[in-house]
Design a protein around this ligand. Structure first.
Ligand code: AMP
Ligand code: FE
Ligand code: FE
Ligand code: ZN
Length: 283
């Protein structure tokens, strides 16, 4: 297979280590994400929903059935000097009280924030309530995309990206900051359970100085390949990661929709399985 059409040798097998499902703001249920990964020829994936591991049992059961390795993951948000950093946790267990309690706290924060966003929207004259957000999100870890989908359904805006542009994006009319833990707090928690943490989609922040500082705070890996990174930038970040003793990771950040808004298509980053092996060897 030459998944990405980039002339990778036919026997190279691929992984996608950054994926979302309906357990958070993705559009497809965990098992369906795994079926699509299998159909795309992927050997391994990590399901990395925002602030939850609730999709993992279903994903791992489907992975076992189809022969797709499913790494237990989660996308945390942490506070850094420049604002918010997304941190991909890998090799996470399900049902560990310390992790489940931490994530329940993060999801409670998300609900509080969604309530504040709804209040801002109401103040701007938008007809929306938390009931609508709950109806949209169900039991999922709530995020701005759920609010955006309500606004699209209501006809307030034509698209999810328009909802972000007008109301929900950073600094826009109804934007509310998240209350966030520190990187070291999350790293310590994940390390307690033999997991690892990778800095997601850093884009131009992926400098030697910043990565060294993050490593001091417990970072193990850095997402080199991501739809928000050009191939040149990804190669540069991969090299920098290896030079600093960080493991490179990569993934499409697929949310189940067509590639847009900085999210790619499933498998589009063609991450070599060897990267996952390097990550596993670091534990
Ligand atoms: P939240 O976790 O509530 O801060 O929402 C962040 C999520 O919103 C990201 O993980 C993306 O899935 C999505 N998102 C962020 N920016 C945009 C955008 N401009 N258009 C569409 N979706 C976005
Ligand atoms: Fe998301
Ligand atoms: Fe992210
Ligand atoms: Zn993501």
């Amino acid at each position: 297979v030459d998944l990405a059409g980039v002339g990778v040798p036919a026997l190279t097998r691929f992984a996608d280590l950054h994926l979302h499902s309906t357990a958070s703001d993705g559009l497809l249920p965990p098992a369906e994400v795994i079926r699509r990964a299998h159909a795309a020829g992927l050997a391994a994936v990590a399901l990395t929903d925002h602030d939850t591991v609730a999709g993992l049992p279903e994903a791992q059961a489907e992975g076992a059935r189809l022969g797709v390795q499913v790494v237990g993951g989660c996308e945390f948000s942490v506070k850094v000097s420049w604002g918010e950093l997304h941190l991909l946790g890998y090799f996470l267990p399900v049902g560990e009280p310390a992790i489940e309690e931490f994530l329940a706290g993060a999801r409670a924060m998300r609900l509080t924030r969604a309530g504040q966003i709804v209040e801002h929207l109401q103040a701007w004259g938008v007809d929306i309530t938390m009931e609508d957000v709950h109806a949209e999100a169900g039991t999922a870890s709530v995020g701005r995309p759920h609010v955006a989908r309500v606004l699209v359904r209501r006809g307030t805006v034509p698209s999810v990206s328009a909802a972000f542009d007008e109301f929900l994006g950073h600094g826009r009319r109804a934007y509310v900051e998240k209350v966030l833990p520190s990187l070291s707090e999350v790293a310590i928690l994940v390390h307690r359970f033999r997991g690892l943490v990778s800095a997601a989609h850093l884009r131009e922040r992926a400098t030697r100085a910043t990565l060294s500082a993050l490593k001091q705070d417990g970072l193990d890996a850095v997402e080199a390949r991501h739809p928000g990174h050009s191939p040149d930038h990804a190669a540069q970040v991969e090299k920098l990661a290896r030079a600093l003793g960080l493991v490179p990771t990569g993934g499409s950040d697929w949310h189940g929709e067509d590639a847009e808004n900085g999210h790619g298509a499933l498998g589009s980053e063609a991450v070599p399985l060897a990267w996952l092996e390097d990550l596993d060897a670091r534990r």
